[in-house]
Ligand binder design. Structure first.
Ligand SMILES: [Fe+2]
Length: 288
């Protein structure tokens, strides 16, 4: 097999073909890692991965991170605590086998409410609904590169509070008290513009909209500025909607992307297995 790399859109994504992720040479892994850093997400179609294969590939990228605490806690297949199930499927007792249900998941960066958010997350598609459930990615490096100077000037040198109260499905995380006050909410402060540790390329770093707050402004000023930043970053030229096929693996760079999910028919089955790579460092501010 010959490894090929094709841009998914001009702004974001690399599709890698000609590889079997369960039997990956060091050279092929290096090519994937390089593309992941530079193109923000990597898509590899047509894989047949066991949970052990998924874990082995994930470990080549860094230290595994336990699944995030979701509305029902941490949801993993039996015997695989480092794999996190994203699914709307119910078990024989009527309990969900995974997180996020069938609703929309709003734009977010995974777990940016931590001081050192995960470097990467990946999803592997096992069962899919006939329509809906597309996963969207947003190119935060391109969004920063093309940001109007007036907007740039208003966030230069500032930090943003990233909320840990709600997950991307809008559910309250287990063990957290509901609040819509960014100053009371659990979370972390990060620079509004961060540099990638491997490439030095700057990216806008927004995390998620709910309970977000930009330091040094009133809540109303911060909300208006955040609305303008979000409207800019999520324009069509910076986003890509991934229509899944069974056997797709998508690995994203959590430092330079946001993602969201379309809702789908709750009577259809969707099962994804997901892993996450621990944050290797705190986000570093871009010094313009
Ligand atoms: Fe996510």
């Amino acid at each position: 097999m010959t490894l090929t790399i094709t841009d998914v859109t001009p702004a974001i994504g690399a599709e890698i073909a000609g590889v079997d992720l369960s039997r990956l040479s060091d050279a092929a892994f290096a090519a994937i890692e390089h593309a992941w850093h530079r193109r923000a997400f990597v898509l590899v179609r047509g894989q047949r991965l066991s949970d052990d294969d998924l874990l082995a590939f994930s470990r080549r990228l860094g230290e595994l991170d336990p699944p995030p605490n979701q509305e029902k806690g941490r949801m993993s297949p039996p015997g695989y605590p480092d794999i996190y199930v994203v699914s709307n499927v119910l078990d024989a007792k009527g309990e969900p086998i995974g997180a996020l249900g069938a609703g929309e998941a709003v734009w977010h960066t995974d777990m940016s409410y931590l001081d050192a958010p995960p470097d990467a997350s990946m999803l592997y598609a096992l069962e899919l609904p006939p329509t809906g459930g597309d996963t969207w990615f947003c190119a935060m490096q391109a969004a920063f590169a093309e940001m109007p100077e007036a907007l740039n000037a208003r966030i230069r040198g500032r930090r943003i509070k990233h909320d840990g109260t709600y997950n991307s499905g809008g559910y309250l995380r287990q063990g957290v008290t509901a609040t819509d006050d960014p100053h009371q909410a659990p979370g972390a402060w990060h620079p509004a513009v961060c540099v990638h540790p491997a490439t030095g390329v700057p990216a806008l770093y927004l995390g998620r909209r709910r309970n977000s707050y930009i330091e040094g402004y009133t809540r109303a000023e911060s909300d208006a500025l955040l609305d303008a930043l979000w409207a800019h970053a999520t324009q069509p030229q910076f986003t890509y909607a991934h229509r899944w096929q069974v056997g797709d693996l998508v690995l994203w760079d959590n430092r330079t992307t946001m993602h969201r999910r379309d809702p789908f028919d709750s009577t259809a089955r969707r099962v994804m297995h997901r892993t996450q790579i621990k944050g290797s460092a705190k986000p570093v501010a871009y010094a313009a």
